[in-house]
Design a protein. Structure first.
Length: 109
């Protein structure tokens, strides 16, 4: 493992650039010259919206297989357990949604 790390380090030293080129740090605008230099960052609201979307999207992804297999669980002894487990999951999901609305996480100012 140490030998592998050494080989990767050696390849980076031999094959990598000797110094950073200032042109590489400029923004690229589809091959045309840069109109103005912008150092502005993306608003935190975009990150928050993206994270909330991913969280709720993953929760829906967890609900989909349950919905497909719930019919099979009804006939067995796991029907009630499966329903209660998903009811708790949905309750946490709804609680998170109400908390998000109450904290005004998606309001743009």
């Amino acid at each position: 493992m140490i030998f592998g790390v050494f080989l990767l380090w050696l390849a980076a030293k031999l094959g990598g650039p000797a110094s950073a080129d200032p042109v590489k740090f400029e923004s690229y605008e589809c091959g045309i010259p840069v109109q103005e230099k912008k150092d502005s960052k993306l608003s935190v609201k975009f990150y928050l919206t993206a994270i909330l979307f991913i969280i709720f999207d993953i929760e829906i992804i967890f609900m989909y297989p349950w919905a497909l297999t719930f019919r099979d669980f009804i006939g067995s002894s796991l029907g009630l357990y499966s329903f209660v487990a998903m009811a708790i999951f949905v309750a946490i999901f709804v609680f998170g949604l109400f908390w998000e609305i109450k904290s005004k996480a998606l309001e743009w100012e």
